[in-house]
Design a protein around this ligand. Sequence first.
Ligand SMILES: Nc1ncnc2c1ncn2[C@@H]1O[C@H](COP(=O)(O)OP(=O)(O)OP(=O)(O)O)[C@@H](O)[C@H]1O
Ligand SMILES: [Mg+2]
Length: 532
Amino acid sequence: MTRQYQEDLNLKVEAGTPVVQIISYEWRRVHGIAAKAAAENKRDLFLWNNSEGIKKWDRIDRKWLSENDQLRDPVEALDWYLTAKADMILWMEDLHLYFDSQQRNEIIGRLRRCSRVAQGYTLLLSQPIHRLPPELEKEVFILEIPLPDRDILKTVIKHVVSQLQLERRSSPEEEWSAIAEAALGLTELEADHTFREIIIEKKRLTAKEIPLVVETKEQIIKKSGTLEYFHPREAFRDIGGLENLKAWLKSRKAGFEEGALEFGMTSPKGVLLLGVQGCGKSMVAKAIACEWNLPLLKFDLGKVFQSLLGESEANIRRALDVAEAISPSVLWIDEIEKGLSGARSSDSLDAGVSARVFATMLTWMQEKRKPVFVVATANNIEQLPPELLRKGRFDEIFFVDLPGDSGRKDIWKIHLVKRLKDDRFKKGNFDLNILSKETVGYSGAEIEEAINEALYHAYNDGTELKASHLMESVKATYPLSKVMASNIMKLREWAKVRTRLASDERTEDLKPDDKMKSIQLKHEADNPFINQ
Ligand SMILES: Nc1ncnc2c1ncn2[C@@H]1O[C@H](COP(=O)(O)OP(=O)(O)OP(=O)(O)O)[C@@H](O)[C@H]1O
Ligand SMILES: [Mg+2]
């Protein structure tokens, strides 16, 4: 099977496209792809890097031969290429490291000559991130290489198994597909190391080792700093209220089923959940993955922007690549506005880099072909860039408000049953109507906390949980909606015309508490949510 990117490169080489930039951090795969394109078009393949100068690929003996180890300077290497007569591909590794160096002008000048003087052969630039001097943006063809698919990972297994001379029965071929599936999301080299380590330790690589592969993969991905695997157990039935949102999500599930694509459907892009703190936004993100039975990756956008200069672009690409490699998947971006505002105020990144990282993310959200469902959550609309709210990024924007009467009853019941189990809950004879009436303006998180608190009281009293314990802790709680009443009312106004409501249930009006003003802390007064 020839993959799309291989076909694209073969064609570009055949057509004599002067400069192609390959985006990948996997040099072994780039080598394979370049060697195939060279063979297909009967060209010689040369490689330049700044430590070894120029080498030539010996197709028969499958090894590199030194061509000119003096040419370590990129400008000299480009001059060599510009005067070369051979029918060739020159593959240059990490030339982008020089785009901001003193040699910038000389390099751009030569690249421009390469792209304008049609020599009929191709210069291949490989680098982990998309980076080109603006002067060349229009002259270079960009080829992105996705992370390895199942078949490539099977090739890696085969390679490692034969190198380590593992017997066939210690790694039966019919189990390779499942092992490869478990390693999706890793680069070829990471997968190679993972399989190697397992074989050395266990003396075998079979379906029994899949949990180990998964565990290693999750650790490798977590180490990259911006992504984390989650194994949630929340289901829609654990979420009180939000019936519109749940119904919409249920209807979208079909988009990830096999056959949906053949039926002509496109998989859903994602959803933005805006709203009040503690009302279940993060919980919904987790429940989606659980209900749809898809892997859940939590993406820390703030960390992308905190990374060292130059790394943030590689980081965002890696994160999006992983989400695509393990797709169908759910990519959860919690508190997206905080990540994005971090980008604007970050000292470590210049404005150009943050703009590029943000643009990469928006373009990906709009154009992604792989079934990755993005769930973003946000509390503060004022910090959200308008581009994010534009049509095409998300399928829907939902507003998650404080629960209304029936939502609160649901939430009370869900959490009481969760803690007490059915029999103790029934024996307690709790009046959900009263509990709901007493908690107007409380969020789900506050109701849950009140139950927790009440259980402590009951335990210390040496009795079963009673309604009086619950009342006591409800009275002792000061819900956030009192502190932030006017902000929440404003948010509702804003949301009414721009978003879909996660619940149709009418929510009670909130009254700002005048007492609050006198007991505000300084940082609360600075908070844009307060006193507007
Ligand atoms: N609608 C709800 N149904 C059941 N439990 C809820 C609901 N809303 C909140 N909770 C409880 O409160 C906890 C916190 O909710 P969650 O983290 O989902 O809120 P959030 O909207 O993401 O808040 P924040 O904006 O502060 O991140 C949940 O783990 C859950 O136990
Ligand atoms: Mg949250």
